[in-house]
Design a protein around this ligand. Structure first.
Ligand code: TRP
Ligand code: SF4
Length: 404
């Protein structure tokens, strides 16, 4: 493991597959909205990633990018706090992807589980392309370019972050060592000053000999709180703790999004490919219509038949959207046939209509003035490029390439 000096940074991306649904919101977006107030967040629309599977028809791409951005803003992502941008507006992603491709063994990409899975699932597409194989590497470049501490993703993306870590490790191993590192690090230890130097040495030894992560944390804090040393020395001291040298591309960690399972209208997981979704900004009449006809416990044929909430997707919605007493009422009423299904659905319908209406209200100004959205991502790209250029400078220097 190597140290991440920019440990308050978070990065994540989303493919522009069109307007988001409630499953996307509860699965990821709502979490991002919270994270933006706790971390320095970079969120981007992964339009190049959309090309890896959708290269044959790109006509809807601009519309899909716009829809996702408006969804983000409607859901409460705040461009005053988080950096929001579009991947292709930051060409640095492509340069890092290229450089990393030189050191990435083919086998690492071939064994990423999504490679074979997706080829199986999307049989009608020819995915025997270079770009599709490189998908996880492009994602690695997306991530490493910003040197984030955390990457909030769902279960399905964990393998991609794992490859990212392996690639970072390989890069650091090949290029991450500064000539004369040990001597420079020793000199930096001395510059911490008497008591602190001694404490640093003790903690470092304890971590290296026994793997005591508590000692590691304390030593990091000691280094980070010292503002008399130079930035370069601080990085050396952080790297020296784990004996890895300065790491140019720190290994990010997954921040697994704990999400309720959002049932779709047919009871299967809500997913665009099943056509069972409720849009984040769907027209309220259509939401009501969809929910009124939504699947319930098939055993409740007549109003007088008691039901079992555990066999009913509406009950899963209650668990996400209703308070304790409403849940009690629904579960009790279902089991005793005290209430009908429509009656049971009513509070869920009201809540979802409320939620969707709020999204529509907040989206309105962006729908009416698309240039607002354009300005937000133009500014976001500028900020993102600043961070990206810093990393690329270090990467080019480490690889003995030209730096501007
Ligand atoms: N592959 C991700 C998905 O399909 C999207 C993505 C692209 C991403 N680059 C990323 C997510 C970087 C996190 C970090 O959902
Ligand atoms: Fe589902 Fe509610 Fe009908 Fe029971 S009463 S089957 S929980 S909709």
């Amino acid at each position: 493991m190597s140290v991440n000096p920019q440990s308050r940074r978070v990065l994540s991306g989303m493919r522009p597959t069109g307007a988001l649904h409630l499953g996307n919101y509860y699965g990821a977006l709502r979490n991002w909205v919270e994270l933006q107030y706790q971390y320095e967040c970079y969120f981007f629309v992964a339009d190049w990633h959309a090309l890896t599977t959708g290269y044959d028809d790109t006509s809807k791409l601009p519309q899909h990018i716009h829809e996702v951005l408006v969804d983000w803003l409607a859901a409460g992502l705040n461009p005053g706090v988080a950096t929001l941008f579009v991947q292709s507006h930051v060409p640095e992603h492509a340069e890092l992807h290229l450089l990393l491709s030189m050191i990435t063994p083919l086998a690492w990409l071939e064994r990423v589980p999504t490679y074979k899975d997706q080829q199986q699932q999307l049989k009608d597409k020819d995915l025997a392309t270079y770009g599709f194989l490189g998908y996880p590497l492009l994602q690695s470049a997306d991530i490493l370019l910003y040197r984030p501490a955390y990457v909030p993703v769902g279960e399905d993306q964990v393998a991609h972050v794992e490859v990212t870590r392996e690639i970072a490790r390989r890069f650091n191993h090949l290029y991450g060592r500064e000539p004369g590192f040990e001597e420079k690090a020793e000199r930096a230890v001395k510059s911490l000053g008497g008591r602190n130097s001694q404490l640093y040495r003790q903690l470092r030894r304890r971590f290296q000999e026994t793997g005591d992560t508590d000692a590691l944390e304390r030593a990091r804090a000691l280094v980070q709180s010292n503002n008399r040393i130079t930035v370069a020395d601080r990085e050396r001291l952080l790297g020296y703790l784990e004996g890895t040298g300065v790491s140019i591309l720190p290994e990010p960690q997954v921040l697994l999004t704990a999400t309720p399972r959002m049932p779709g209208l047919d009871g299967r997981k809500m997913s665009k490919s099943y056509g069972n979704t409720i849009g984040l900004r769907e027209d309220p009449d259509s939401v009501v219509q969809k929910l009124r006809t939504m699947q319930t416990d098939p055993a409740r044929v007549r109003r007088t038949d008691p039901g079992d909430p555990e066999k009913c997707p509406v009950w899963e919605l209650h668990k996400i959207f209703s308070d304790e007493s409403t849940q009690q009422w629904a579960s009790q009423g279902c089991r005793t046939a005290g209430i009908g299904c429509l009656e049971c659905k009513k509070p869920v319908i009201d809540r979802i209509v409320d939620e969707v209406s709020g999204m529509r209200r907040r989206a309105q100004e962006f729908e009416e003035n698309p240039e607002l959205v354009r300005n937000i991502v133009a500014e976001g790209a500028e900020k993102a490029r600043e961070a990206a250029r810093e990393t690329l400078d270090d990467v080019r220097r480490a690889m003995n390439l030209r730096t501007d």
